[in-house]
Design a protein. Structure first.
Length: 628
């Protein structure tokens, strides 16, 4: 089978699964779940053939739309960057599908759930393989739609339906800027094909501007939940936990980072500065918010925001080959560091979310960490794998997050000292809130009946945790990619910055020190208890942090209620007066009056026509004789 046929197959498998489930299996949950998991397994197998195959040349784009001289084509750009992202999407997605078999086993609407998962996989793979910005945007919107369906899976809950609408609307704000950026890119360069744009950049023929990268970045701000469009992601935890793991930890929210890496040759210094500080501020803000969360999934949600901020900061720090003098290099230091952390994060954050799902499932959907406790001995496999995920995210030496996070800190140290110290402090907070979560959840005595009755889940939920834990432990080592994965991504990962000599030991000391300070404080300050010690002991600090968390929702609520709604009412009034009233109804009224007058002249009675005839004769006589 030709490579181009494999790319078609990797797209069609989940699409066909979603279509069959939606059309024929809506009331047959077990069969729908089996079909969706089989499609995900097929995607993983076909992706492996593509990733580790020798050929990466996929000619033959298909014309989708033609308007005069403008055409939109669907084609495939499969390089080392796409291969790395496809590895993350296909294998992490497959593990989450398997986990969902157990988690959603008793859900009455699991057919709809698995259909949504399949459609999401189709959409996400389309983003990975897209060879032009128009095609990428189409699948970008498909991902937004499938996210809306999955977040609102339990739509009978007002909180879930509201969260789905919030995610959809907030992302439309960012996507509007994204679409404008695509249009501007086509207007200035005459193409949106990624290979052609990269070639023009290498040849010095690309038109650079601040507007194009910043408008395209708007899409990443929405999809990757960066400030100020971050407000949808914590609320999206209303969806089933496998959705949180697949969409809001490992794949969809990382699409914004991947998109920026795809278009790094369009970047200019001013745009990189905006991206750098947006990511840095988001990383710090989200880490602060995570410290005061009691919902296990929302702690992980704010953690995801923070880690995405790290990736954005890495891209802004290290895209050294961007701008008018950009070369044709596939990946720069910033792209490499961002994608390296994206990959390790996909393993350990998917592991943490699925681990939280295992806890929630065993504890009868109890999510408050202060009502858990004592789970280490009741759920040993979940405890061990979750611990690996915690070690990876806080940057404990020899785990995946240690290597990828230190690469970003090294870039920051070399390029921007202010950003470096902000990210170091964020690393301290990461270790603090994750150790807090780990200790309160797993240790002490059970603090609720649900926790007291908890027990380990079956193999269908445990095995994905173990496999993801392997990735969270080994995903930072070079041999994992060189030997186990055949060096398939060297075009990207070979440029991951590695400090040498004294700088190497300094970065180990800084990363380990930040982890040690945060974890030690959490272990010393927080005890497994039924209340948050910070809330009980220092309510002023706790209240301030909660205000920081809620301030954006309050600001948006005020804007919608007091400004947008009033502007909408004013525009509606003007529309009723001028458009509907004067222009439309006024014109219609004038025509109606004219019609009434014309109708009055033709009543259908003979003596009236005689009178009009005599009046006409008199008028003609008057004009003819000059009397009028």
């Amino acid at each position: 089978m030709a490579p181009a046929q494999f790319t078609s197959l990797v797209l069609l498998l989940p699409l066909v699964s979603a279509a069959v489930i939606a059309l024929f299996l809506r009331r047959r949950g077990a069969l729908a779940a089996g079909l969706s998991v089989a499609a995900a397994a097929g995607v993983a197998v076909v992706s492996s053939i593509l990733i580790f195959g020798e050929s990466r040349d996929f000619p033959g784009a298909v014309e989708w739309l033609r308007l005069g001289g403008f055409t939109v084509v669907f084609g495939c750009k499969f390089d080392d960057l796409a291969a790395l992202m496809l590895l993350v999407v296909s294998f992490v997605g497959f593990f989450i599908h398997v986990f969902s078999l157990g988690y959603m086993r008793d859900d009455a609407a699991r057919a709809r759930f698995f259909g949504g998962l399949s459609f999401f996989m189709f959409s996400m793979i389309g983003i990975v393989l897209a060879d032009n910005l128009f095609m990428l945007f189409v699948f970008w919107e498909f991902v937004g739609f499938s996210s809306y369906l999955l977040i609102g899976h339990w739509y009978e809950r007002p909180s879930a339906s509201d969260a789905a609408k919030k995610a959809f609307i907030v992302n439309r704000v960012g996507d509007f800027g994204f679409l404008l950026g695509i249009i501007a890119c086509y207007w200035l360069n005459g193409t949106v094909n990624l290979t052609e744009l990269a070639g023009r950049s290498a040849a010095g023929g690309l038109v650079f501007s601040r507007a194009i990268p910043l408008l395209l970045f708007c899409g990443a701000v929405g999809k990757s939940a960066q400030m100020p469009l971050h407000v949808w992601l914590p609320d999206a935890m209303e969806g089933p936990t496998p959705v949180s793991a697949l969409i809001h930890a490992a794949t969809m929210v990382a699409a914004g980072v991947y998109m920026l890496c795809r278009i790094h040759f369009l970047m200019v210094p001013d745009a990189l500065t905006v991206i750098l500080w947006t990511g840095t501020i988001t990383a710090l803000y989200a880490a602060i918010c995570a410290v005061v969360q009691s919902d296990i999934k929302k702690v992980l949600a704010y953690s995801t925001l923070s880690q995405l901020g790290y990736m954005m900061a890495a891209f802004g720090l290290g895209s050294l080959g961007s701008g008018p003098q950009a070369g044709a290099t596939l990946a720069t230091a910033g792209v490499a560091a961002a994608m390296f952390h994206l990959t390790t994060h996909a393993f350990f954050k998917a592991l943490l979310f699925l681990g939280s799902g295992s806890i929630i499932h065993a504890c009868h959907h109890e999510q408050d960490i202060f009502k858990l406790g004592g789970l280490a001995r009741k759920m040993p496999w979940t405890f061990l794998t979750f611990t690996v995920g915690v070690f990876a995210i806080i940057g404990l030496p020899f785990f995946a997050g240690f290597f990828s996070k230190d690469a970003i800190l090294y870039l920051a140290r070399e390029n921007n000292q202010a950003v470096f110290w902000v990210l170091v402090f964020t690393a301290v907070l990461t270790a603090l809130y994750m150790t807090r979560l780990w200790r309160i959840t797993f240790f002490g005595e059970p603090r609720s009946e649900a926790a007291a009755q908890a027990h380990e889940n079956g193999p269908v939920m445990v095995v994905p945790l173990v496999l993801l834990a392997v990735g969270a432990a080994l995903g930072g080592y070079g041999f994992f990619y060189d030997q186990l994965l055949g060096g398939a991504f060297q075009g990207v990962l070979a440029l991951v910055p590695e400090p040498q000599g004294a700088a190497h030991w300094m970065m180990i000391a800084v990363g380990t020190g930040a982890m040690f300070v945060g974890a030690s404080f959490a272990l010393a300050y927080y005890r497994p208890a039924a209340v948050d010690r910070l809330q009980a002991g220092v309510p002023v600090v706790f209240g301030g942090l909660m205000f920081a968390k809620e301030s954006f929702d309050r600001l948006y609520g005020y804007y919608v209620a007091k400004i947008q709604q009033r502007v909408a009412m004013l525009l509606n009034l003007l529309e009723q007066i001028f458009l509907a009233g004067w222009l439309i109804r006024g014109g219609a009224g004038a025509v109606g009056l004219l019609g009434l007058g014309a109708r009055a002249l033709h009543p259908g009675k003979l003596h009236v026509y005689v009178y009009w005839f005599l009046l006409g004769v008199v008028l003609l006589w008057g004009f003819a004789t000059g009397r009028f």
